[in-house]
Design a protein around this ligand. Sequence first.
Ligand SMILES: C[S@@+](CC[C@H](N)C(=O)[O-])C[C@H]1O[C@@H](n2cnc3c(N)ncnc32)[C@H](O)[C@@H]1O
Length: 468
Amino acid sequence: MELTKNHIEELKKSSNSNFKIFINKISNEDTKLLYLLDNIGKLPRGFDEEWIFELSKHNNSKIRLSAIKNLGKIKSEKVVNFLVTRFEIEDNSSIKREIISSIGRQRNPTNKSVLYKYLYDEDPKVICQAIRALLVFKNDEEIISKLKPLINHQNEMVRTVIYKEFFVDSRRKAAIPHDQTYNYLKNTVVHGDVKNVLNFVDDESIHLTFTSPPYYNARDYSIYPSYQAYLDFLAQVFKEVYRVTKEGRFLIVNTSPIIIPRISRQHSSKRYPIPFDIHSDLVEMGWEFIDDIVWLKPEASVKNRNAGFLQHRKPLGYKPNAITEYLMVYRKSTTRLIDWNIKQYDKQTVIDSKIKDGYETSNVWKIDPTFNKVHSAVFPLELCKKVIQYYSFQGDIVFDPFGGSGTVGRTAKSLKRLFFITEKDDNYFNYMREKVTSTSIFEEIETDFLEIHQFKQKKENDTNTTSN
Ligand SMILES: C[S@@+](CC[C@H](N)C(=O)[O-])C[C@H]1O[C@@H](n2cnc3c(N)ncnc32)[C@H](O)[C@@H]1O
């Protein structure tokens, strides 16, 4: 006979001996035992729970887990002592965590000393479970003194929980509302080195940064004395981007490993894994790694490295054509969930910003590259559109520190976002500016093209800084 919820309710109303008979009857039927445990709900008064203790030792780990969950409903010293003993014997880590959770659910201050022990367990999840259980008595001085030092714990998950509970000032407010930015940044392109321009940009003013930095010395628009100097330069820029980014908002960096050709036949060419090398710098400065998206190009669109191998077919000489670039996705660290960010917008903006069907469902995006006569490395519009739609709301300001031909600005505007761009190269800056008067990119947009001193002035004039 199939076991139903109604049947379980009937059983709960009948006598303990009836219940016992039933348990004995299904003792070899794991599915029924599990269904019973998962659906028994609140235990009636005077209920003989001995069978739950027994099932907590069952050799089926699912049954053990569910039985232990049910024990958490019974507030007694006997349960706590039983659970402590089970913890020692148990080797399934999920069940060990459930044991601590069940002790915690008793919400009994006398269990404090029992729980302290688990703060030193080897499994960080057990520690976090014990912390959660103890935080029920958050105002207890003794508990605070036990938990706060865990801010120095070796495990990052433990540190994060403690940081959120004891070290975050949840009353701290940004200078302007989350969904707004400063007028002096809106639809502005600044001609200058991004490092200098950012000196004049306020903290927490940018909603999204999407950029493709210079490719070390692979293209001629930027020359760095060494690869390390290049990485240091990017680290400086992204540290400033971090400062100007709003709480919990995103940075998407488009890079790929590059190749610097050999200087003579006696040397080999050198490959530099840019995305992998800047990653650790970004994480260290506080950017939280979120996703790695791969931009996949048609093989015919990239430089062919295969020709030699095609002829000789000798091992070690294999050179695949590089048809991918990375979009590394990071979020400015925060203890707040994404939901908090979303809640900072009015309902209509959230509705208007919803992403339509046909969005990318995987982290591999097949997009053809774009070729431009003036700039050698422009973002394809399609790529730019996706990033801006997936990682910003209408009305947000999107920043590109390495503006190039201004694709981010054009796309942001077409998607009802604002933009802020910096570009140091005269040609590219002029290219963007010329396009304003001709037929293309910024035509209908009132865009300010400024030198750094003019930008500084604009900011000073913008005393009444916040508006929508
Ligand atoms: C890979 S390109 C970006 C192309 C851009 N995504 C587009 O769609 O046109 C990098 C750009 O960064 C600019 N750049 C390099 N160093 C810079 C700096 N220190 N400050 C501002 N711009 C810089 C270069 O002149 C180049 O145009």
